[in-house]
Design a protein around this ligand. Structure first.
Ligand SMILES: [Zn+2]
Length: 181
């Protein structure tokens, strides 16, 4: 049980209960894996390391993909023209998450959002749910901002980690934070 878990509702299994379960097999996997991010994703990740957010434009319909895709999902046309976005955008939707990526209950929640990014030359035509955007953490907003819906449409920008800490990962971007006007 995590520290402070006593306050939470529900019945926890003790370590003893868990070990008494029939059919329990103990095994420590030593799984190691690697994969190729592919051409488009690799360039995107390299861009993050440089503090840049890159996408691609479909030459046929003009849709901009951030993160980039090699082919347009709508026209099946190969994309190719790279565009750089500033990273500024608006919060499209957000949730308050009390569960960590390791599936543990967190005392202090994280706020996760879908950010609709401003992209140069993007018409925004098409469906309301198609846009260049990123799924990432939001900082500088409260749980209440999310629960009251105040966060929706909020103008945000990326907060980058210092260059020496970047590793070519989506975590090089620490979070999106509100643009103070
Ligand atoms: Zn297209």
């Amino acid at each position: 049980m995590p520290d402070g878990g006593k306050k939470l509702p529900g019945t926890y299994l003790s370590d003893k209960d868990l070990r008494a379960l029939p059919g329990l097999v103990e095994h420590t996997p030593e799984a190691k894996y690697m994969f190729s991010a592919g051409q488009a994703q690799s360039r995107f990740l390299q861009g993050l390391r440089e503090g840049r957010i890159l996408g691609v434009r479909c030459p046929r319909c003009g849709r901009v993909y951030v993160p980039p895709r090699s082919y347009c999902e709508y026209c099946f046309a190969p994309t190719g023209e790279w565009v750089e976005v500033s990273g500024e955008g608006e919060v499209h939707t957000a949730v308050v998450s009390y569960i960590s990526t390791f599936r543990e209950r967190m005392e202090k929640p994280e706020i996760i959002a879908v950010v609709r990014l401003y992209a140069p030359g993007y018409s925004g035509k098409g469906d309301e749910y198609e846009f260049p955007g990123m799924f990432h953490k939001l900082c500088g907003v409260s749980e209440e901002d999310v629960m009251t819906g105040r966060v929706i449409g909020m103008k945000v920008r990326p907060r980058w980690r210092p260059p020496e800490e970047r590793i070519g990962s989506v975590t090089d971007l620490e979070c999106f934070e509100p643009v103070k006007s």
